[in-house]
Design a binder for this molecule. Structure first.
Ligand code: HEC
Ligand code: HEC
Length: 396
């Protein structure tokens, strides 16, 4: 839309809504968010250059990845994208979940969360000619309402079932040694710096929700806004077409000759900022214990000194030295590979959604987190206080 058209559209909206610039702003904002949702779910930024041309993942999918296998590496299926006939076929067994052809059919429907396939008819048969990935691969899951791994999309939720390393390792273009590296990462983890510094130590996939108002993005607070990291990931990790320059990491990457990233960043960011952390499910924690745990959190647990404010983080004012992370010391230190060399205090809203905890996933549960702090920081909390603290964390 050009400027004149925008102005006309805005004037029309003003007339329709009875005036008021806040109405127009709200309409513009919701249009931006809707656009960002499309990008988050379906845009590959041209990363087929990596996943198809280089890694040849489309060949593996066509030959060997049936839906059962796909679900077993943590891929999710969007039930809302399935036509009634397919739903019926899955229920009555006439759709063969052990056939790669079914995976192609699902890709054709845009039903595999975070995987974008182009299916064309070649000699009367469906063929997968290219495949790419989107942000939703790692940062969306489904509510399992249809079957395990099949349900409504939950955007922004960390997919901790996903094993990105195992998926990359399927590529016929990799050496045995490279495959061994990717296969060592395990589910729910990914090393977003491996492509850049050659290091090999994955971190947990974090949620992309609950970040509104936080101006230090990533576990190490590398960027001041989401767009910073979204650019890094789409180019350096996903293999999208565009550029990322980060002098602090001595990094400068350009893929291709067109930029399919920059123009999408404002909408993509707006969408993520619209995703609030999901409230804890009623009954998933003990409410009276959580009330007692809140007091521990704010008093003898000393948690609120760092986990402060509405999002439970002091990120906007401070980053912390590696020793403040309960996952340190580790070799190599994840912080040492980042732009800041420090850690951000993790926001805690919706923490119940994404076990395990700390950047390396070393605490399996929120109870483990509470126990670890009590021991490592010699807090002297009683067993009851540790357990109450964990209930509070589960309630956030
Ligand atoms: C292969 C899995 C994967 C894909 C695909 C992926 N991410 Fe991530 N994302 C990660 C991991 C792992 C981290 C943790 C890195 C860190 O914070 O140091 C991360 C971090 C983030 C963060 C920081 C969250 C915070 O708490 O500050 C945001 C936001 C994010 N990703 C958004 C995106 C967007 C948008 C896309 C698509 C352009 C994307 N990611 C694609 C795995 C992925
Ligand atoms: C000195 C600052 C500081 C204090 C005090 C502190 N934390 Fe943290 N917290 C951090 C940092 C930094 C991280 C990120 C560590 C990492 O990922 O390696 C973190 C991570 C966490 C996480 C993991 C979140 C996730 O997404 O994986 C939880 C839960 C948590 N803290 C709870 C607590 C509790 C409970 C207390 C009090 C007993 C506490 N913290 C005290 C700084 C602090």
């Amino acid at each position: 839309m050009n400027w004149t058209m925008t102005a006309i559209a805005a004037a029309a909206l003003l007339a329709a809504c009875g005036g008021g610039s806040s109405n127009t702003a709200a309409v513009d904002q919701s249009a931006l968010v809707a656009q960002g949702r499309q990008i988050f779910r379906f845009d590959t930024f041209g990363d087929e250059a990596l996943w198809t041309d280089t890694l040849r993942i489309h060949e593996v999918i066509s030959a060997a990845v049936d839906p059962v296998t796909a679900l077993s590496v943590g891929l999710k299926v969007d039930a809302e994208a399935l036509p009634a006939a397919v739903v019926e076929g899955i229920k009555n067994g006439s759709v063969d979940l052990k056939s790669p052809a079914t995976t192609l059919a699902l890709l054709k429907l845009d039903a595999v969360v975070g995987v974008k396939g182009t299916v064309q008819t070649v000699n009367g048969k469906d063929a997968l000619v290219s495949v790419g990935i989107t942000c939703a691969l790692c940062h969306s899951t489904v509510d399992n309402s249809f079957a395990p791994g099949i349900g409504k999309r939950l955007d922004g939720w960390a997919n901790r079932d996903l094993n990105p390393g195992a998926i990359i390792a399927l590529s016929p273009a990799l050496t045995t040694a490279m495959k061994a590296v990717y296969n060592s990462w395990g589910k729910g983890k990914f090393d977003p710096r491996h492509n850049v510094d050659g290091g090999n130590k994955p971190v947990v996939i974090p949620p992309a929700f609950g970040l509104d108002g936080i101006h230090r993005i990533t576990l190490t607070g590398d960027g001041e806004d989401l767009a910073y990291w979204n650019r890094y990931v789409s180019v350096a990790e996903m293999g999208g077409l565009g550029s990322v320059v980060e002098p602090r990491l001595n990094l400068s990457i350009t893929h291709g000759t067109v930029d399919l990233v920059t123009s999408k960043l404002p909408a993509l960011q707006a969408y993520q900022l619209s995703l609030s952390a999901p409230a804890a499910v009623a009954g998933s924690f003990d409410a009276s214990a959580a009330l007692r745990g809140k007091i521990v959190f704010e008093s003898n647990g000393k948690c609120a000194s760092c986990h402060s404010g509405a999002s439970f983080t002091d990120a906007n004012s401070t980053l912390h030295p590696p020793a403040d992370s309960m996952a340190e010391p580790e070799t190599p230190s994840y912080a040492s590979r980042s732009a800041t060399k420090q850690y951000r205090t993790s926001p805690l809203r919706g923490a119940w959604q994404h076990a395990p905890y700390f950047h390396d996933g070393s605490a399996a549960t929120l109870d483990d987190v509470a126990r670890t702090y009590n021991t490592r920081r010699s807090l002297g909390l009683s067993a009851q206080e540790v357990s109450d603290l964990a209930q509070y964390l589960k309630s956030l």
